[in-house]
Design a protein around this ligand. Structure first.
Ligand code: FAD
Length: 335
């Protein structure tokens, strides 16, 4: 049996692995079978990760995370977790291959997924003018014409934020009214760089190496039209990857895993969570890495406390002795 199994190979999982491995806990990290390295594998230049003043490509950054985790003894398995048993002192992790691994502590760092438009061009143009994160990529769109797809609070926030860089920001929304809160709507309506395109959906993204525009379909008339753009931001929602822990761990209203205060402790002892799967707001590589650290330190303390606790047999004898003493005391009191 292992001390720690870490699920997820993004910034949170690998950072937890670096700390756990350096604490000599010999972590096993389940990286997934296809999406190894997490969300940053889908982007090009990362300019806001500290320590890389010239910027670094997302996949190169994740290769460094992995090399650092392996350098200290992390074992990486390229498979998906398909089932979890989290109750009790022995946690069981079943993989796609059918293999089952056991550990005293689990760090759950499966991230979250931005909702996509469902267009084939998304795979090719991600990081090439197509983005899901204004905080991450807004800087690349100075004096450009861009569009944000969506009608909720995050779409309004992204559009308003992007006007710091872009000359013009279209908001493309498939209805004629917004879901966003009144205050966020008003902020966007008041911004003269923002123009709303109502009752429209994107049916195609143009460009081979870089986004050059989109085809819009009018949701009322069905009419098609082209719109020239330098960039497109998709802000139609984000889903934390929690399907494996539904009914096992407490979730928040936003659908992320609930953790106690600033810790990584979930509702089940010995199970810790980190990264975007606990974070409905910030969702950055550096914040994911930060909570990965927290999870490794919390798990380390948990394992140390377990090691100091009496073995289950001794605990049982002690519990029986306490029960007997209470019975004797009770008997004496009733005489
Ligand atoms: C296009 C794009 C560009 C971005 N650019 C930036 C940027 O420039 N700067 C920045 O700070 N942030 C950026 N972000 C955000 C950043 O990528 C995330 O905040 C960060 O990756 C979250 O880290 P994480 O470890 O929590 O999750 P993720 O990176 O999502 O990693 C989760 C991992 O868990 C694995 N996993 C999930 N389920 C299972 C399973 N059942 N079994 C095994 N493994 C599983 C996944 O395959 C994945 O490897 C960007 C995001 C996107 C989408």
């Amino acid at each position: 049996m292992r001390d720690i199994i870490i699920i997820g190979s993004g910034p949170a999982g690998f950072t937890a692995a670096i700390y756990a491995a350096r604490a000599e806990l010999k972590p096993l990290l389940i990286a997934s079978s296809v999406e190894i390295g997490g969300e940053l594998m889908n982007t090009t230049e990362v300019e806001n990760y500290p320590g890389f003043p010239e910027g670094i490509m997302g996949p190169d950054l994740m290769a460094k995370f992995q090399a650092q985790a392996e350098r200290f003894g992390t074992e990486v398995v390229y498979d998906d977790v398909v089932e979890l048993e989290l109750d009790g002192p022995v946690k069981r992790v079943k993989l796609g291959s059918g293999e089952v691994h056991e550990a005293s502590a689990i760090i759950y760092a499966t991230g979250s997924a931005y909702r996509k438009l469902g267009l084939p061009e998304e795979e090719i143009l991600s990081g090439h003018g197509l983005s899901w994160c204004a905080t991450c990529d807004g800087f690349f769109f100075r004096q450009k014409t861009i569009a944000v797809v969506g009608g909720g609070d995050s779409a309004m926030e992204e559009a308003t934020f992007l006007t710091r860089f872009a000359d013009k920001v279209y908001v493309i929304h498939r209805r004629d009214s917004l879901k966003a809160s009144k205050i966020m709507q008003q902020r966007a309506f008041d911004n003269e760089k923002i123009e709303f395109i109502w009752n429209a959906e994107v049916t195609q993204i143009h460009g081979t190496e870089q986004v050059s525009g989109v085809t819009l379909r009018d949701t009322v008339t069905g009419e098609l039209r082209a719109l020239d753009l330098d960039g497109l931001f998709v802000a139609i929602g984000n889903d934390p990857r929690t399907h494996l822990v539904h009914g096992k761990l407490e979730l928040t209203r936003e659908g992320t895993i609930h953790v106690e205060g600033r810790s990584s402790r979930t509702s089940v002892p010995g199970v810790f969570a980190a990264g975007d799967v606990i974070d409905p707001f910030y969702r950055q590589a550096v914040t994911a890495a930060g909570t990965g650290t927290v999870a490794a330190l919390d798990a380390e303390h948990y394992l140390a406390a377990l090691a100091e606790a009496p073995s289950p047999e001794i605990a049982e004898i002690e519990a029986e002795a306490i029960e007997e003493a209470a019975a004797v005391e009770n008997f004496a009191r009733t005489r």
